[in-house]
Design a protein around this ligand. Structure first.
Ligand code: MV4
Length: 502
Protein backbone atom coordinates (compact mmCIF):
# COMPACT_ATOMS: atom_id res chain seq x y z
CA UNK A 1 0.00 0.00 0.00
CA UNK A 2 1.23 3.47 -0.92
CA UNK A 3 1.61 5.58 2.24
CA UNK A 4 3.61 8.51 0.92
CA UNK A 5 3.61 10.15 -2.51
CA UNK A 6 6.17 12.64 -3.78
CA UNK A 7 4.51 15.06 -6.18
CA UNK A 8 7.10 16.00 -8.81
CA UNK A 9 5.28 19.10 -9.98
CA UNK A 10 4.10 22.58 -8.98
CA UNK A 11 1.09 24.86 -9.33
CA UNK A 12 -2.52 23.79 -9.50
CA UNK A 13 -1.83 20.17 -10.50
CA UNK A 14 0.48 19.56 -7.54
CA UNK A 15 -2.25 20.82 -5.18
CA UNK A 16 -4.90 18.80 -7.02
CA UNK A 17 -2.90 15.55 -6.68
CA UNK A 18 -2.20 16.22 -2.98
CA UNK A 19 -5.93 16.73 -2.35
CA UNK A 20 -6.65 13.17 -3.47
CA UNK A 21 -3.70 11.88 -1.44
CA UNK A 22 -5.14 13.57 1.64
CA UNK A 23 -8.54 11.95 1.07
CA UNK A 24 -6.81 8.57 0.81
CA UNK A 25 -4.81 9.09 4.02
CA UNK A 26 -1.60 9.28 1.99
CA UNK A 27 1.12 11.72 3.05
CA UNK A 28 2.31 14.08 0.35
CA UNK A 29 5.83 15.34 -0.24
CA UNK A 30 6.32 18.58 -2.18
CA UNK A 31 9.47 19.58 -4.02
CA UNK A 32 10.05 23.22 -4.93
CA UNK A 33 12.39 25.63 -6.69
CA UNK A 34 13.63 29.03 -5.51
CA UNK A 35 10.72 30.82 -7.18
CA UNK A 36 8.19 28.50 -5.51
CA UNK A 37 9.31 28.89 -1.88
CA UNK A 38 5.91 30.29 -0.91
CA UNK A 39 3.86 28.42 -3.47
CA UNK A 40 0.59 26.77 -2.46
CA UNK A 41 1.79 23.20 -3.09
CA UNK A 42 4.58 23.73 -0.55
CA UNK A 43 2.07 24.88 2.08
CA UNK A 44 -0.42 22.12 1.29
CA UNK A 45 1.98 19.16 1.43
CA UNK A 46 2.82 17.24 4.62
CA UNK A 47 6.51 17.81 3.88
CA UNK A 48 8.33 20.07 1.41
CA UNK A 49 11.89 20.05 0.11
CA UNK A 50 13.85 22.62 -1.86
CA UNK A 51 15.38 21.07 -4.99
CA UNK A 52 17.12 23.94 -6.76
CA UNK A 53 17.08 27.21 -8.69
CA UNK A 54 14.01 28.55 -10.47
CA UNK A 55 14.63 27.31 -14.04
CA UNK A 56 12.81 23.98 -14.38
CA UNK A 57 15.89 22.30 -15.93
CA UNK A 58 17.60 22.79 -12.55
CA UNK A 59 14.60 21.82 -10.39
CA UNK A 60 11.41 20.15 -11.64
CA UNK A 61 13.28 18.43 -14.48
CA UNK A 62 16.23 17.33 -12.33
CA UNK A 63 15.66 13.58 -12.00
CA UNK A 64 18.56 13.06 -9.55
CA UNK A 65 17.32 15.63 -7.07
CA UNK A 66 13.74 14.39 -7.18
CA UNK A 67 14.72 10.75 -6.70
CA UNK A 68 17.07 11.77 -3.90
CA UNK A 69 14.20 13.48 -2.03
CA UNK A 70 11.93 10.47 -2.64
CA UNK A 71 14.51 8.14 -1.10
CA UNK A 72 15.35 10.46 1.78
CA UNK A 73 11.68 10.87 2.72
CA UNK A 74 10.77 7.24 2.16
CA UNK A 75 8.16 8.03 -0.50
CA UNK A 76 6.65 4.86 -1.97
CA UNK A 77 5.59 6.56 -5.20
CA UNK A 78 6.12 9.61 -7.41
CA UNK A 79 3.22 11.36 -9.14
CA UNK A 80 4.56 13.45 -12.04
CA UNK A 81 1.38 15.49 -12.79
CA UNK A 82 1.42 16.81 -16.37
CA UNK A 83 4.31 18.44 -18.21
CA UNK A 84 7.83 18.27 -16.69
CA UNK A 85 8.81 14.57 -16.24
CA UNK A 86 5.35 13.09 -16.80
CA UNK A 87 6.12 11.66 -20.25
CA UNK A 88 9.80 10.97 -19.74
CA UNK A 89 10.54 7.28 -20.42
CA UNK A 90 13.93 7.42 -18.68
CA UNK A 91 12.41 8.85 -15.51
CA UNK A 92 9.73 6.15 -15.39
CA UNK A 93 12.48 3.51 -15.59
CA UNK A 94 14.73 5.26 -13.05
CA UNK A 95 11.93 5.30 -10.48
CA UNK A 96 11.39 1.58 -11.08
CA UNK A 97 15.11 0.85 -10.72
CA UNK A 98 15.14 2.69 -7.40
CA UNK A 99 12.14 0.73 -6.13
CA UNK A 100 9.82 3.73 -6.31
CA UNK A 101 6.41 3.39 -7.99
CA UNK A 102 6.09 5.78 -10.95
CA UNK A 103 2.41 6.76 -11.13
CA UNK A 104 2.20 6.40 -14.88
CA UNK A 105 3.05 3.83 -17.53
CA UNK A 106 6.30 1.93 -18.11
CA UNK A 107 9.21 3.29 -20.10
CA UNK A 108 8.36 1.20 -23.19
CA UNK A 109 4.79 2.53 -23.41
CA UNK A 110 5.88 6.15 -22.98
CA UNK A 111 8.55 5.69 -25.67
CA UNK A 112 6.16 3.99 -28.11
CA UNK A 113 3.58 6.75 -27.84
CA UNK A 114 6.17 9.54 -27.66
CA UNK A 115 7.36 8.62 -31.13
CA UNK A 116 4.51 9.50 -33.49
CA UNK A 117 5.58 7.09 -36.25
CA UNK A 118 5.74 4.12 -33.83
CA UNK A 119 2.42 5.21 -32.34
CA UNK A 120 0.83 5.23 -35.84
CA UNK A 121 2.27 1.79 -36.61
CA UNK A 122 0.97 0.40 -33.32
CA UNK A 123 -2.53 1.79 -33.98
CA UNK A 124 -2.62 0.46 -37.55
CA UNK A 125 -1.68 -3.02 -36.26
CA UNK A 126 -4.56 -2.99 -33.79
CA UNK A 127 -7.10 -1.69 -36.32
CA UNK A 128 -7.49 1.86 -35.00
CA UNK A 129 -8.09 4.34 -37.86
CA UNK A 130 -5.20 6.77 -38.39
CA UNK A 131 -4.92 9.77 -40.73
CA UNK A 132 -3.98 8.51 -44.23
CA UNK A 133 -0.24 8.94 -44.59
CA UNK A 134 3.11 7.20 -44.29
CA UNK A 135 5.23 5.84 -41.47
CA UNK A 136 8.71 6.45 -42.83
CA UNK A 137 11.13 9.34 -42.56
CA UNK A 138 11.11 11.55 -45.66
CA UNK A 139 14.90 11.35 -45.86
CA UNK A 140 15.39 12.11 -49.55
CA UNK A 141 13.86 14.72 -51.85
CA UNK A 142 12.75 12.00 -54.28
CA UNK A 143 10.94 10.07 -51.55
CA UNK A 144 9.26 13.25 -50.28
CA UNK A 145 7.98 14.28 -53.71
CA UNK A 146 6.85 10.76 -54.57
CA UNK A 147 5.06 10.26 -51.22
CA UNK A 148 3.27 13.59 -51.34
CA UNK A 149 2.16 12.88 -54.91
CA UNK A 150 0.68 9.55 -53.76
CA UNK A 151 -1.21 11.06 -50.84
CA UNK A 152 -2.24 14.18 -52.72
CA UNK A 153 -2.06 17.82 -51.63
CA UNK A 154 -2.74 19.38 -49.22
CA UNK A 155 -0.61 17.46 -46.69
CA UNK A 156 0.79 17.91 -43.19
CA UNK A 157 4.47 17.28 -42.60
CA UNK A 158 5.00 16.22 -38.99
CA UNK A 159 7.98 15.61 -36.74
CA UNK A 160 7.93 12.05 -35.42
CA UNK A 161 9.36 13.23 -32.08
CA UNK A 162 6.90 16.15 -32.03
CA UNK A 163 3.39 16.76 -30.86
CA UNK A 164 1.59 19.96 -30.06
CA UNK A 165 2.37 21.52 -33.43
CA UNK A 166 6.20 21.75 -33.22
CA UNK A 167 7.94 20.71 -36.43
CA UNK A 168 4.62 20.65 -38.27
CA UNK A 169 4.07 22.21 -41.74
CA UNK A 170 0.97 22.48 -43.91
CA UNK A 171 1.83 22.11 -47.59
CA UNK A 172 -0.77 23.25 -50.11
CA UNK A 173 1.40 23.83 -53.15
CA UNK A 174 3.76 21.46 -54.97
CA UNK A 175 6.47 24.12 -55.17
CA UNK A 176 6.59 24.37 -51.34
CA UNK A 177 7.14 20.66 -50.59
CA UNK A 178 10.92 20.66 -50.32
CA UNK A 179 11.31 24.01 -48.55
CA UNK A 180 8.62 23.04 -46.01
CA UNK A 181 10.30 19.67 -45.48
CA UNK A 182 13.63 21.36 -44.82
CA UNK A 183 12.19 23.81 -42.29
CA UNK A 184 10.15 21.08 -40.56
CA UNK A 185 13.27 18.93 -40.29
CA UNK A 186 15.49 21.67 -38.92
CA UNK A 187 12.81 22.72 -36.39
CA UNK A 188 12.38 19.09 -35.32
CA UNK A 189 16.14 18.62 -34.98
CA UNK A 190 16.53 21.82 -32.97
CA UNK A 191 13.54 21.07 -30.68
CA UNK A 192 13.82 17.32 -30.19
CA UNK A 193 17.27 16.34 -31.45
CA UNK A 194 15.52 14.16 -34.03
CA UNK A 195 14.79 15.37 -37.56
CA UNK A 196 12.52 12.48 -38.56
CA UNK A 197 9.52 13.85 -40.50
CA UNK A 198 6.58 11.88 -41.93
CA UNK A 199 3.54 12.95 -43.91
CA UNK A 200 -0.23 12.84 -43.40
CA UNK A 201 -3.19 13.92 -45.51
CA UNK A 202 -4.36 17.35 -44.32
CA UNK A 203 -7.71 17.29 -42.52
CA UNK A 204 -9.33 20.72 -42.93
CA UNK A 205 -10.93 22.41 -39.89
CA UNK A 206 -10.89 19.31 -37.71
CA UNK A 207 -12.31 18.87 -34.24
CA UNK A 208 -9.93 17.81 -31.50
CA UNK A 209 -11.80 15.16 -29.55
CA UNK A 210 -10.05 12.97 -27.00
CA UNK A 211 -11.09 9.91 -25.02
CA UNK A 212 -10.09 9.33 -21.40
CA UNK A 213 -9.06 5.78 -20.71
CA UNK A 214 -8.20 3.94 -17.49
CA UNK A 215 -6.41 0.61 -17.24
CA UNK A 216 -5.37 -1.58 -14.31
CA UNK A 217 -2.62 -4.19 -13.96
CA UNK A 218 -5.14 -7.01 -14.39
CA UNK A 219 -5.94 -6.28 -18.03
CA UNK A 220 -9.12 -4.26 -17.40
CA UNK A 221 -9.39 -1.24 -19.69
CA UNK A 222 -12.32 1.20 -19.79
CA UNK A 223 -12.97 4.50 -21.52
CA UNK A 224 -14.65 7.43 -19.78
CA UNK A 225 -16.07 9.05 -22.92
CA UNK A 226 -14.82 12.12 -24.72
CA UNK A 227 -13.70 15.69 -24.20
CA UNK A 228 -14.18 18.31 -26.92
CA UNK A 229 -11.01 20.43 -27.00
CA UNK A 230 -11.41 22.35 -30.24
CA UNK A 231 -11.22 25.84 -28.70
CA UNK A 232 -7.47 26.29 -29.07
CA UNK A 233 -5.08 29.17 -29.67
CA UNK A 234 -1.63 28.37 -31.06
CA UNK A 235 -1.99 24.72 -30.02
CA UNK A 236 -2.95 25.77 -26.48
CA UNK A 237 -6.34 24.60 -25.27
CA UNK A 238 -8.50 27.41 -23.95
CA UNK A 239 -11.92 25.83 -23.25
CA UNK A 240 -12.84 22.13 -22.99
CA UNK A 241 -16.25 20.53 -22.60
CA UNK A 242 -17.91 17.15 -22.30
CA UNK A 243 -19.98 15.73 -23.90
CA UNK A 244 -18.84 17.04 -27.29
CA UNK A 245 -21.68 18.90 -29.07
CA UNK A 246 -20.60 17.10 -32.26
CA UNK A 247 -20.84 13.57 -30.91
CA UNK A 248 -23.56 11.00 -31.45
CA UNK A 249 -24.08 7.95 -29.23
CA UNK A 250 -23.09 5.65 -32.09
CA UNK A 251 -19.81 7.44 -32.86
CA UNK A 252 -19.05 7.70 -29.13
CA UNK A 253 -19.33 3.95 -28.75
CA UNK A 254 -17.18 3.27 -31.80
CA UNK A 255 -14.46 5.73 -30.84
CA UNK A 256 -14.56 4.54 -27.22
CA UNK A 257 -13.97 0.97 -28.36
CA UNK A 258 -11.05 2.11 -30.52
CA UNK A 259 -9.62 4.05 -27.57
CA UNK A 260 -9.77 0.89 -25.44
CA UNK A 261 -8.18 -1.13 -28.28
CA UNK A 262 -5.43 1.49 -28.56
CA UNK A 263 -4.65 1.18 -24.84
CA UNK A 264 -4.75 -2.62 -24.95
CA UNK A 265 -2.34 -2.70 -27.90
CA UNK A 266 0.45 -1.43 -25.62
CA UNK A 267 -0.73 -3.16 -22.40
CA UNK A 268 -1.41 0.26 -20.98
CA UNK A 269 -1.67 0.76 -17.21
CA UNK A 270 -2.98 3.94 -15.58
CA UNK A 271 -4.83 6.98 -16.89
CA UNK A 272 -4.28 7.97 -20.50
CA UNK A 273 -5.82 9.95 -23.32
CA UNK A 274 -6.36 9.01 -26.95
CA UNK A 275 -6.58 12.10 -29.16
CA UNK A 276 -8.56 12.02 -32.40
CA UNK A 277 -8.99 14.44 -35.27
CA UNK A 278 -12.65 14.43 -36.33
CA UNK A 279 -13.88 16.08 -39.51
CA UNK A 280 -17.32 17.60 -40.03
CA UNK A 281 -18.65 14.34 -41.53
CA UNK A 282 -17.66 12.58 -38.29
CA UNK A 283 -14.78 10.70 -39.90
CA UNK A 284 -12.26 10.21 -37.10
CA UNK A 285 -8.56 9.44 -37.01
CA UNK A 286 -6.13 8.63 -34.20
CA UNK A 287 -3.80 11.59 -33.67
CA UNK A 288 -1.67 10.79 -30.62
CA UNK A 289 -1.82 9.26 -27.17
CA UNK A 290 -0.94 11.18 -24.03
CA UNK A 291 0.43 8.84 -21.38
CA UNK A 292 -0.38 11.05 -18.38
CA UNK A 293 -3.13 12.88 -16.54
CA UNK A 294 -4.36 15.80 -18.68
CA UNK A 295 -4.96 19.40 -17.63
CA UNK A 296 -8.65 19.07 -18.58
CA UNK A 297 -9.31 15.82 -16.63
CA UNK A 298 -11.76 17.48 -14.17
CA UNK A 299 -14.61 17.76 -16.71
CA UNK A 300 -14.53 13.99 -17.13
CA UNK A 301 -14.41 13.52 -13.34
CA UNK A 302 -17.52 15.67 -12.94
CA UNK A 303 -19.67 14.11 -15.65
CA UNK A 304 -18.64 10.48 -14.98
CA UNK A 305 -18.38 10.81 -11.20
CA UNK A 306 -14.85 9.56 -10.59
CA UNK A 307 -11.59 10.81 -9.07
CA UNK A 308 -8.96 10.12 -11.73
CA UNK A 309 -6.02 10.73 -9.39
CA UNK A 310 -7.37 8.25 -6.83
CA UNK A 311 -7.86 5.80 -9.65
CA UNK A 312 -4.23 6.33 -10.79
CA UNK A 313 -2.98 5.66 -7.26
CA UNK A 314 -5.16 2.58 -6.78
CA UNK A 315 -4.06 1.10 -10.10
CA UNK A 316 -0.40 1.87 -9.27
CA UNK A 317 -0.64 -0.23 -6.11
CA UNK A 318 -2.16 -3.14 -7.99
CA UNK A 319 -5.85 -2.64 -7.24
CA UNK A 320 -8.57 -3.21 -9.80
CA UNK A 321 -10.45 -0.33 -11.46
CA UNK A 322 -13.37 0.88 -9.35
CA UNK A 323 -15.69 1.09 -12.37
CA UNK A 324 -16.77 -1.26 -15.13
CA UNK A 325 -17.53 -0.03 -18.65
CA UNK A 326 -21.27 -0.60 -18.17
CA UNK A 327 -21.21 1.70 -15.08
CA UNK A 328 -19.85 4.60 -17.13
CA UNK A 329 -22.62 7.09 -17.90
CA UNK A 330 -22.32 10.78 -18.70
CA UNK A 331 -24.47 12.84 -16.36
CA UNK A 332 -25.14 16.42 -17.47
CA UNK A 333 -22.53 18.71 -18.99
CA UNK A 334 -19.19 20.11 -17.81
CA UNK A 335 -17.05 22.96 -19.17
CA UNK A 336 -13.55 24.02 -18.20
CA UNK A 337 -12.00 27.43 -18.81
CA UNK A 338 -8.26 27.81 -18.36
CA UNK A 339 -7.39 31.04 -16.57
CA UNK A 340 -4.03 32.42 -17.68
CA UNK A 341 -1.93 35.29 -16.35
CA UNK A 342 -1.84 36.73 -19.86
CA UNK A 343 -2.99 39.94 -21.50
CA UNK A 344 -5.52 39.12 -24.25
CA UNK A 345 -5.37 42.75 -25.44
CA UNK A 346 -1.62 42.50 -25.95
CA UNK A 347 -1.21 39.31 -27.99
CA UNK A 348 -1.54 37.13 -24.85
CA UNK A 349 1.76 38.30 -23.43
CA UNK A 350 2.45 36.61 -20.09
CA UNK A 351 1.57 38.92 -17.21
CA UNK A 352 3.49 37.80 -14.13
CA UNK A 353 3.31 39.82 -10.93
CA UNK A 354 1.80 39.99 -7.46
CA UNK A 355 -1.90 39.12 -6.96
CA UNK A 356 -3.42 42.12 -5.19
CA UNK A 357 -7.11 41.26 -4.87
CA UNK A 358 -8.58 37.80 -5.45
CA UNK A 359 -12.23 36.75 -5.34
CA UNK A 360 -12.74 33.22 -6.56
CA UNK A 361 -16.10 31.98 -7.83
CA UNK A 362 -18.07 29.64 -5.59
CA UNK A 363 -21.57 28.25 -5.47
CA UNK A 364 -23.59 25.41 -6.97
CA UNK A 365 -21.84 23.47 -9.70
CA UNK A 366 -18.53 25.34 -9.55
CA UNK A 367 -15.06 23.83 -9.07
CA UNK A 368 -11.94 25.90 -9.12
CA UNK A 369 -8.55 24.17 -9.30
CA UNK A 370 -6.02 26.89 -8.62
CA UNK A 371 -3.01 27.68 -6.47
CA UNK A 372 -2.64 31.45 -6.23
CA UNK A 373 -3.59 33.65 -3.28
CA UNK A 374 -3.53 37.37 -2.42
CA UNK A 375 0.08 38.50 -2.09
CA UNK A 376 1.44 35.59 -4.16
CA UNK A 377 3.84 36.52 -6.93
CA UNK A 378 3.35 34.50 -10.13
CA UNK A 379 6.82 33.38 -11.20
CA UNK A 380 8.02 34.12 -14.73
CA UNK A 381 9.71 30.72 -15.06
CA UNK A 382 6.73 28.44 -15.61
CA UNK A 383 3.48 28.08 -17.51
CA UNK A 384 1.29 31.15 -16.88
CA UNK A 385 -1.87 29.11 -16.18
CA UNK A 386 -3.09 30.13 -12.73
CA UNK A 387 -6.27 28.13 -12.42
CA UNK A 388 -8.96 26.08 -14.07
CA UNK A 389 -12.59 26.97 -13.66
CA UNK A 390 -14.84 23.96 -14.07
CA UNK A 391 -18.63 24.14 -14.01
CA UNK A 392 -21.33 21.53 -14.25
CA UNK A 393 -24.92 21.88 -15.43
CA UNK A 394 -27.83 19.51 -16.06
CA UNK A 395 -27.46 20.40 -19.74
CA UNK A 396 -25.11 22.41 -21.97
CA UNK A 397 -27.13 25.63 -21.78
CA UNK A 398 -27.12 25.58 -18.00
CA UNK A 399 -23.38 24.85 -17.97
CA UNK A 400 -22.70 27.85 -20.26
CA UNK A 401 -24.84 30.18 -18.11
CA UNK A 402 -23.11 28.88 -14.99
CA UNK A 403 -19.69 29.47 -16.55
CA UNK A 404 -20.71 33.05 -17.41
CA UNK A 405 -21.87 33.55 -13.82
CA UNK A 406 -18.65 32.06 -12.40
CA UNK A 407 -16.45 34.17 -14.72
CA UNK A 408 -18.43 37.23 -13.62
CA UNK A 409 -17.66 36.42 -9.98
CA UNK A 410 -13.94 35.88 -10.66
CA UNK A 411 -12.01 39.02 -9.69
CA UNK A 412 -8.23 39.22 -9.92
CA UNK A 413 -6.22 42.44 -9.72
CA UNK A 414 -2.49 43.06 -9.87
CA UNK A 415 -2.02 41.04 -13.04
CA UNK A 416 -3.74 40.76 -16.43
CA UNK A 417 -5.79 37.60 -16.98
CA UNK A 418 -7.69 35.89 -19.77
CA UNK A 419 -11.02 36.10 -17.88
CA UNK A 420 -12.57 38.78 -20.13
CA UNK A 421 -11.57 36.81 -23.21
CA UNK A 422 -13.20 33.68 -21.80
CA UNK A 423 -16.39 35.66 -21.06
CA UNK A 424 -16.38 36.72 -24.70
CA UNK A 425 -16.04 33.10 -25.85
CA UNK A 426 -19.07 32.16 -23.72
CA UNK A 427 -21.04 34.86 -25.61
CA UNK A 428 -19.95 33.86 -29.10
CA UNK A 429 -22.88 32.51 -31.16
CA UNK A 430 -20.74 29.70 -32.66
CA UNK A 431 -19.82 28.52 -29.17
CA UNK A 432 -23.36 28.81 -27.84
CA UNK A 433 -24.73 26.82 -30.79
CA UNK A 434 -21.98 24.21 -30.33
CA UNK A 435 -21.04 24.54 -34.00
CA UNK A 436 -17.32 25.12 -33.78
CA UNK A 437 -14.04 23.40 -34.70
CA UNK A 438 -10.32 24.13 -34.26
CA UNK A 439 -10.79 27.21 -36.47
CA UNK A 440 -13.11 28.80 -33.87
CA UNK A 441 -10.86 31.56 -32.49
CA UNK A 442 -9.59 32.61 -35.92
CA UNK A 443 -13.09 32.60 -37.41
CA UNK A 444 -14.51 34.69 -34.55
CA UNK A 445 -11.50 36.98 -34.29
CA UNK A 446 -13.44 40.25 -34.82
CA UNK A 447 -16.08 39.41 -32.22
CA UNK A 448 -13.62 38.04 -29.66
CA UNK A 449 -11.20 40.95 -29.77
CA UNK A 450 -13.56 43.90 -30.30
CA UNK A 451 -13.00 46.72 -27.86
CA UNK A 452 -15.67 46.85 -25.19
CA UNK A 453 -17.92 49.91 -25.01
CA UNK A 454 -17.70 49.62 -21.26
CA UNK A 455 -14.80 47.85 -19.63
CA UNK A 456 -16.81 45.68 -17.28
CA UNK A 457 -13.83 44.49 -15.27
CA UNK A 458 -12.75 48.00 -14.32
CA UNK A 459 -16.34 48.87 -13.50
CA UNK A 460 -16.73 45.85 -11.23
CA UNK A 461 -13.52 46.60 -9.35
CA UNK A 462 -14.46 50.23 -8.91
CA UNK A 463 -17.82 49.05 -7.55
CA UNK A 464 -16.13 46.88 -4.91
CA UNK A 465 -13.98 49.82 -3.84
CA UNK A 466 -16.98 52.17 -3.80
CA UNK A 467 -19.10 49.68 -1.80
CA UNK A 468 -16.46 49.12 0.87
CA UNK A 469 -15.88 52.85 1.15
CA UNK A 470 -19.63 53.58 1.33
CA UNK A 471 -20.18 50.98 4.07
CA UNK A 472 -17.25 52.32 6.06
CA UNK A 473 -18.56 55.89 5.90
CA UNK A 474 -22.10 54.88 6.79
CA UNK A 475 -20.91 52.75 9.67
CA UNK A 476 -18.93 55.71 10.94
CA UNK A 477 -21.74 58.24 10.68
CA UNK A 478 -24.79 56.13 11.46
CA UNK A 479 -23.01 53.37 13.39
CA UNK A 480 -24.94 50.74 11.43
CA UNK A 481 -24.27 48.30 8.64
CA UNK A 482 -26.08 49.22 5.43
CA UNK A 483 -26.20 45.66 4.26
CA UNK A 484 -28.50 44.84 7.19
CA UNK A 485 -31.28 47.18 6.11
CA UNK A 486 -32.73 44.52 3.86
CA UNK A 487 -31.81 46.27 0.66
CA UNK A 488 -29.07 45.16 -1.66
CA UNK A 489 -26.12 47.50 -1.46
CA UNK A 490 -25.17 46.49 -4.98
CA UNK A 491 -28.40 48.05 -6.26
CA UNK A 492 -27.32 51.50 -5.18
CA UNK A 493 -24.23 51.21 -7.35
CA UNK A 494 -25.33 48.69 -9.88
CA UNK A 495 -26.39 51.01 -12.67
CA UNK A 496 -24.58 49.06 -15.30
CA UNK A 497 -22.66 45.94 -14.44
CA UNK A 498 -21.39 43.19 -16.68
CA UNK A 499 -24.38 41.11 -15.49
CA UNK A 500 -26.43 43.22 -17.94
CA UNK A 501 -24.72 41.34 -20.70
CA UNK A 502 -26.49 38.09 -19.83
C1 MV4 B 1 -3.31 17.82 -38.19
C2 MV4 B 1 -4.25 18.75 -38.67
C3 MV4 B 1 -4.81 18.49 -39.89
N1 MV4 B 1 -4.47 17.40 -40.60
N2 MV4 B 1 -3.00 16.74 -38.91
C4 MV4 B 1 -1.93 20.33 -34.39
C5 MV4 B 1 -1.21 19.89 -33.16
C6 MV4 B 1 -0.82 18.50 -33.40
N3 MV4 B 1 -0.96 17.73 -32.22
C7 MV4 B 1 -1.70 18.01 -34.50
N4 MV4 B 1 -2.28 19.16 -35.11
C8 MV4 B 1 -2.97 19.06 -36.26
N5 MV4 B 1 -2.71 17.98 -37.00
C9 MV4 B 1 -3.57 16.55 -40.08
N6 MV4 B 1 -3.24 15.46 -40.81
C10 MV4 B 1 -4.55 19.85 -37.90
C11 MV4 B 1 -3.90 20.03 -36.69
C12 MV4 B 1 -4.26 21.21 -35.95
C13 MV4 B 1 -4.91 21.12 -34.73
C14 MV4 B 1 -5.21 19.90 -34.16
C15 MV4 B 1 -5.86 19.82 -32.95
C16 MV4 B 1 -6.22 20.99 -32.31
C17 MV4 B 1 -5.93 22.21 -32.85
C18 MV4 B 1 -5.27 22.29 -34.05
C19 MV4 B 1 -4.98 23.54 -34.59
C20 MV4 B 1 -4.33 23.60 -35.78
C21 MV4 B 1 -3.95 22.45 -36.47
Amino acid sequence: MIKKVLVANRGEIAVRVMRSCREMGIHSVAVFSDADRSSMHVRYANEAYHIGPSPSTESYLDQNKIIEVAKKTGADAIHPGYGFLSENATFSQRCKDEGIIFIGPDKEVIATMGDKITARETMIKSGVPVVPGTNTDLNTDELALKTVAEIGLPVMLKASAGGGGKGMRLVKDEKDILSSLRSAKSEALASFGDGTVYVEKFIANPHHIEFQILADQHGNVIHLCERECSVQRRHQKVVEETPSPLMTEKIRQEMGEYAVAAAKSVNYVGAGTIEFLVDNDLNYYFLEMNTRLQVEHPITERVIGIDLVKEQIRVAQGEKLSMKQEDVVQKGHAIECRIYAEDPDNNFMPSPGVIKHLTEPLGLGVRQDGYVYEGFEIPIYYDPMISKLIVWGNNRDEAIQRMRRALYEYKITGIKTSIKFLEKIMETPDFISGKYDTGFIEKNDTFLFEKRKCDSDCLDISMIVAMVDYQKRLKNTLNQDVSSNGESGWKKFGKKTSMNRF
